[in-house]
Design a protein. Structure first.
Length: 255
């Protein structure tokens, strides 16, 4: 199969860690690595969609600030889920003017997980915002998104770094992973927070390993492991880590 796109970027999931994506993307663009196809899971789908819609990194950061101001991670008390996704939908609709995938500047693929079939689904046509929200719907935290009679949750349940969906379409694919495994294992803590975060990291590492092996370059930093996926207090540090990612120094070898 002829690969018609020169460069694709797969943006992985990771909640607030998405600031790393913004930093890495800014640096990539400055270096002349302009993707002409993108894919995303969870927060990666938000960054990928904003880029595909023509937003600059500065415009993305402004949109992220709006999400922060809306305090969309504040817990609610409904029976089905903890957080209302309506504020997220409202801001996405305000920021991303394209209503469908077909209206985007470049091709985009968004990964979500279907609850009925227990399989990943790659959205690349039709309504855009529904697909992004489906990809971002962390189980139990956000409500599942219903599309064509089926219910979808976070794509990271099955494929957190979506290289495979664009691999055959692109000559080169860069993967941005927000859940690196630190070289030094953390000391055990019996807290619920530690156990939950450690298990999530292991889950995402396990289901991303195949995709990262398919990538021509994996952009990640083990320092990201110290940041909570739901903590917006360290956005500047995460952005700087992405902008100064060690993997970017090897790009001259790929030209």
């Amino acid at each position: 199969m002829r690969r018609k796109y020169k460069l694709g970027i797969a943006f992985g999931g990771g909640g607030a860690r998405g600031y790393y994506h913004a930093g890495a993307l800014k640096r990539l663009l400055e270096l002349g690595y302009v993707p002409d196809m993108v894919s995303g899971t969870s927060v990666g789908s938000v960054v990928a969609a904003m880029y595909a819609a023509g937003l600059t990194v500065d415009q993305m950061l402004e949109a992220f600030r709006e999400l922060n101001l809306k305090d969309f991670l504040e817990p609610r008390i409904p029976k089905e889920y903890l957080v209302d996704s309506k504020p997220v939908r409202k801001i996405l609709e305000e920021v991303i003017h394209a209503k469908t995938f077909e209206e985007l500047n470049i091709p985009l693929k968004v990964v979500a997980t279907c609850l009925e079939t227990a399989k990943e689904v790659v959205f690349d046509s039709g309504p855009l915002i529904d697909a992004i929200l489906a990809s971002c719907s962390i189980p139990v935290v956000f409500p599942p998104v219903k599309i064509n009679g089926k219910h979808y949750v976070d794509g990271g349940v099955i494929r957190n770094v979506p290289v495979l969906p664009i691999r055959d379409d692109c000559k080169k694919v860069f993967a941005l992973n927000l859940f690196p495994e630190p070289e030094r294992h953390t000391d055990y803590s019996g807290s619920m927070k530690y156990i939950a975060e450690r298990c999530v990291t292991m889950l995402f590492n396990a289901n991303a390993s195949y995709d990262m092996d398919l990538a021509d370059l994996v952009i990640e930093d083990e320092e990201m492991a110290v940041y909570n996926a739901y903590d917006l207090k360290h956005k500047e540090e995460m952005f700087d880590l992405g902008y100064n990612a060690r993997a970017l120094r090897s790009l001259d070898k790929l030209t």
